[in-house]
Design a protein around this ligand. Sequence first.
Ligand code: FAD
Length: 525
Amino acid sequence: MPDQGKFDVIVVGAGFSGVYQLIRLREEGFKVHLLEAGAGLGGIWHWNCYPGARVDTHCEIYQFSRNELWSGWDWKERFPGWEEMRAYFDYVGEKLDVLKDVSLNSRVSKAKFNEVSNFWDLMTEDRRYLKTKFLIICTGFASKPFIPNIENQDAFKGEAHHTALWPQNGVDFSGKRIGVVGTGASGIQVAQEASKVAKNLTVFQRTPNMYLPMGQQKYTPDDNKRMKAELPERFRRRQECFGGFDFDFIPVSGASVTDAEREETYERLWKAGGFHFWLGTYHDVFTNESVNRTAYEFWKKKTRERIQDKELAEKLAPTDPPHPYAVKRPSLEQWYFEIFNYKNTDLVSLMEEPILRMSDNGIITSKKEYKFDVVVYATGFDAVTGGLTALDISDTDGIKLGERWSAGVKTYLGLATSKFPNMLMSYGPQAPTGFCNGPSSAEYQGECIIELLSFIRDKEFVRFEVEEIYEENWRSKIRELADQTLFPKADSWYMGANIPGKTREMLMYPGGLPKYLEEFRNCAD
Ligand code: FAD
């Protein structure tokens, strides 16, 4: 291969994780380069530019914790939209001169470890060849969009887009007939926007989703000033909290309090907005079925108050939950339930009326044909592992990563996988990832990577590798932890269950960020 660059470290992906690695490794004196498939920094915020795309962690902690960055940046909204996130990444890029070590529009298409040189050989889609001693994959949990295989899909003559592959110059919904397939975070965000301008909007729902009120707020310069005074403490708190947030579970059982006390707590959490009613509630909400049910009943009561039509209420907030409360990641909504009170908006429950196929005009269900100008696939991702297994990357036996993991993911600490020497992953499987605030994971797990690489460099080792026994133990630990919870009871992307044929297993480390960091500390020591 012609050599077009030789590095200590190559980082793949320019979201929070990759940018953090680049900045920190550069500071530690590594010769580092970053390859990013997209045309800008920001990771998912580059790709997800659909109408309404918005953060669901409050901005205070959905940013880097470096003083020189937050001190010079003011947020406009508590939950910023994609435009603001992009502007933030532009700011970070400029402030820290990130781009001088980044190749944009450079998708890594192939990676192979050279057993003789102990270097990785990398090839990009545009046929650049690079060599690196260490490879850090930061492809995120949402870089492989999933579109379900619907019969006759190509027949549709209108526009069809997945939310994460949205045209960068936008799609005009005004006066058009819009169909939205999927009702996770992206689906409801698009639907909220489309309902305002579309001629008509039809939302196709498979499973009712337990949306929480976002509690959006505009932030003034004074709000930002107040926020900045609190930030050092908020950032410090993250390492102590299960989800890397600045708040944590209530350390008492939801079963040990009176009904009135519980109701009062739930009211408070509900009013706080964001994820408080998820990761700030009683600690046993995910382990005790009856406590979980009280949370569901509260959620149902609050939600039904907002839906006028009784039949619709049953579809959106059923009498009995389809799965335990919030074992699928809840999405945050602003005016989602109200859109069904508008004349132009309808909900189709796919449980009652499954999609049979597409037609030239739109979508045919078991009941009728729905005609659209635009179909939006808000159908999520081959989450967590998809970005990794999409890479043409082989182990030292020549077996592709996707094949090695076909019967289940194998890693140690979610950081490394056997037979892939000198390779590490950030925000990948078997780590806190989907249970953790993204930037917190980028920084805390990121520091684990930096500590490991610095150690290896200082000891002048040329190669490191995980032994399979450690992977087996880590996998068992994750299974045991998951089995103590209600998470396996839902077909969620946490469980790999949203993708046909994917192994059903807990893809995250479900012990929380503090315990994860303890596990790393034990290993490092
Ligand atoms: P990403 O941001 O996903 O970045 C990965 C990058 O890798 C992408 O830019 C991609 O182009 C690049 N890449 C992939 N494959 C290749 C390749 N072969 N070659 C080169 N580059 C490649 N998390 C939260 O904590 N709070 C939130 O509010 C939140 N909101 C979200 C909203 C949406 C719409 C989505 C999709 C996810 C959200 N997440 C949220 C999760 C989010 O993934 C993390 O917050 C965070 O962005 C993860 O950063 P990352 O750097 O690990 O990965």
